[in-house]
Design a protein around this ligand. Structure first.
Ligand code: HEM
Length: 398
């Protein structure tokens, strides 16, 4: 970045998207580790682990009225026909957040997500069957991108053969739509229109062992939950479960393509997998979330006004040397690793058990079938950034 990142950072600057860490280091080690920009609707960006965790934990002050990293001020967003539908629990503040989250947690308990392991492994093997004989594949587009969308579709009980359509909508919300509100609105309306039809269908024809039917029948304080809640949960599950996990899988493969010693370590010592997964999540945390300041305040010497947007860059937090020794190195057996790739506080990722399962199965299956691989051309790898950072094209040869 040629501009001063302390006062004018640009989360969509092409260099920043490819490698944000030098800029984050520069801000973090400056006298003012909370940067500010007027770009993209304006935002503050703390870069130290402790500050980012504090923003996540102080939910009274830093509200979830908006959680996208760009956009018009709260209350001014044109939301079309589904204006009343949000994305609970991620878009909810207490006290509603409590029941919004409680109702979905059982679907993501370790034993509940374990039933997706075999199907995910079969899916990974099928994808690899499709390209293994070619000696070359796009680890991001042909593999990583194909996995989470099908797992979530299976979980929601909607057709997996709509995966490309779902992926296009999610990218509309979390990628192109961050710079162009018309694209975001159109993608959002497509998602909500689709799930409205699915909900109407379940209302007319309830299904056994079906997540949407179960949610429609759930009660809080003796009352059936409003349909908008179920509609919003479907919206969130698609949007939260696809780009995020695919970016993690893709970034981990990008890393492994360049680190034969790490591939060998994982092959020689399978017990490393649990800590390796956490370390890859730490080093390549994909997600940055936003909060809206609830009332005028001062935070780390910065005068913040009600309505300001604050970015919680979990990638920046995870590279803070105050928290992690040698933060820029991937150390697969790292012992102390309280990373915040899944956030912190009341909104900490509800899908983390599923995300970890998908990441582990995707990497284990790839490495078992393709033990050695390298980037075809490191400079040709493309990245998405902003809300969710990860490789979008990442050709490897084997
Ligand atoms: C590697 C993959 C993933 C990463 C890095 C990730 C990251 C995050 C982060 C940082 C948050 C906190 C949001 C905030 O503080 O505002 C979050 C929340 C959430 N995530 Fe994930 N996520 C991943 C995968 C998933 C998956 C597969 C699902 C399943 C649908 C999911 C569902 C959720 C939900 C429901 C919340 C909202 C929790 C709440 O507000 O109480 N995530 N995620």
């Amino acid at each position: 970045m040629s501009i001063d990142p302390l006062t004018d950072y640009d989360i969509f600057d092409s260099q920043f998207v490819i490698d944000p860490f030098p800029v984050m280091d520069q801000i973090r080690e400056s006298e003012c580790p909370v940067a500010h920009t007027d770009r993209w609707g304006g935002s503050w960006m703390p870069t130290r682990y402790a500050d980012i965790v504090a923003v996540a934990q102080e939910h009274d002050l830093f509200t979830s009225q908006q959680i996208l990293v760009t956009g018009p001020p709260p209350g001014q967003e044109p939301e079309g026909p589904y204006a009343a539908v949000a994305a609970p629990p991620i878009s909810s503040d207490p006290p509603e957040h409590h029941w919004h989250r409680r109702l979905i947690l059982p679907f993501f308990a370790p034993q509940a997500v374990a039933k997706f392991e075999d199907g995910t492994r079969e899916l990974c093997n099928r994808l690899i069957d499709g390209f293994i004989d070619q000696g070359e594949a796009d680890a991001a587009a042909d593999y990583a991108q194909q996995i989470p969308v099908r797992v979530i579709a299976t979980m929601l009980g909607v057709p997996t053969d709509l995966s490309d359509t779902f992926t296009g909508w999610v990218r509309g919300v979390l990628e192109a739509g961050l710079k162009d509100q018309a694209i975001r609105l159109e993608a959002r309306n497509n998602i909500l229109g689709y799930f409205k039809r699915e909900i109407d269908d379940r209302t007319a024809n309830p299904r056994e062992n079906d997540l949407i039917t179960t949610l429609l029948n759930s009660e809080v304080d003796g009352q059936k939950v409003p349909e908008e809640y179920v509609h919003g949960v479907c919206n969130l599950m698609l949007v939260a479960g696809v780009d995020t996990t695919w970016s993690s899988i893709g970034a981990a493969l990008w890393h492994l393509a360049q680190h034969p010693e790490h591939r060998h370590q994982l092959r020689d010592d399978p017990e490393l997998w649990p800590s390796a997964i956490e370390e890859l999540l730490r080093a390549y945390a994909p997600v940055t979330m936003a909060r809206i300041v609830g009332r005028d305040t001062e935070f780390q010497g910065c005068p913040m006004s009600a309505g300001d947007r604050v970015l919680m860059s979990f990638p920046a937090a995870n590279r803070d040397p105050r928290q992690f020794e040698r933060p820029d190195e991937v150390i697969l057996d790292r012992e102390h690793n309280r990373h915040v790739a899944f956030g912190a506080g009341i909104h900490r990722c509800a899908g983390s058990n599923l995300a970890r399962l998908e990441l582990r199965v995707a990497l284990q299956t790839f490495l078992a079938r393709i033990p050695d691989f390298e980037l075809v051309d490191p400079s040709a790898v493309t990245w998405a950034g902003g809300q969710v950072r990860g490789p979008r094209q990442c050709k490897v040869r084997f």
